[in-house]
Design a protein around this ligand. Structure first.
Ligand code: ZN
Length: 245
């Protein structure tokens, strides 16, 4: 058994047996780590609060070779999710960010940048940042960090620098193309405003992204996400329902 020590964000947790939690975390050093927290649900346990979803913690855990489930050793709270939990829309958006992290961050792969992205999104939401803008920014960056986002600067066929303005996406080859290489079918047009939002969100910090992505950007990002899963994000449907009231 190996003892690891790391910072982590609690993404989700499930009750297990009478007194245990199975906690899914995003760590800096090893990406997604699933932990068995024994007796953490008992009232005497000081671990219960530190293991609240969306809390940021410092923890140590034992990992057994060949096992997908590590065992929590110690945990201390760095930042509670209390502020987020008091704001229903921010909380719902944070759940989407957590679900995206579950999807995009595999186990056992260093995740320094995804960790910072999630941490930054949670802090932004807790300080009143726009829920949809944050969710769109998060998905864009998860796609970029996973190497799935096509380049927006050059034609994927001939490497010509693409002019500012609308983007032409070839959905068969999954690249942005110049007008000359526009295919006859399977094109997604990202009009001027959509392309401008994408280019800006890739250049600036989240705080500078003050509006949600215009259509068809969210649907386009979701179509890229479907390379990872065909499953829709349950938390995203909930956020939309909440915002439409
Ligand atoms: Zn071209």
């Amino acid at each position: 058994m190996t003892l690891h020590e790391d910072d982590a964000i609690v993404l989700t947790r499930h009750a297990f047996r009478e007194r245990d939690w199975v906690v899914v975390t995003l760590t800096r050093g090893a990406g997604q780590v699933r932990l068995m927290a024994r007796r953490a649900r008992s009232l005497r346990s000081g671990q219960a609060q530190a293991l609240e979803p969306l809390a940021v913690v410092h923890l140590s855990y034992h990992e057994r070779h060949g096992s997908e489930l590590a065992t929590l050793h110690e945990v201390s709270l760095l930042r509670s999710a209390f502020a987020l939990a008091a704001m229903p829309e921010a909380w719902a958006a944070a759940q989407v960010v957590a679900e995206l992290a579950l999807l995009y961050c595999p186990q056992g792969q260093r995740a320094e940048e995804p960790f910072r992205l999630v941490d930054h999104c949670l802090q932004h939401l807790a300080s009143g940042g726009g829920p949809l803008a944050t969710v769109h920014y998060a998905e864009l960056w998860f796609l970029r960090l996973s190497g799935v986002l096509p380049g927006l600067d050059r034609c994927g066929r001939c490497e010509t620098v693409l002019a500012a303005g609308p983007l032409i996406f070839d959905s068969t080859e999954r690249v942005c193309v110049c007008p000359e290489h526009r295919p006859l079918a399977g094109v997604v047009m990202l009009p001027d405003g959509a392309a401008a939002w994408l280019r800006q969100a890739l250049r600036v910090r989240l705080e500078a992204v003050t509006v949600p992505a215009p259509p068809p950007v969210p649907a386009w990002l979701a179509s890229l996400r479907h390379q990872f899963t065909e499953r829709d994000l349950a938390s995203l449907a909930y956020l939309h329902a909440l915002l439409s009231h």
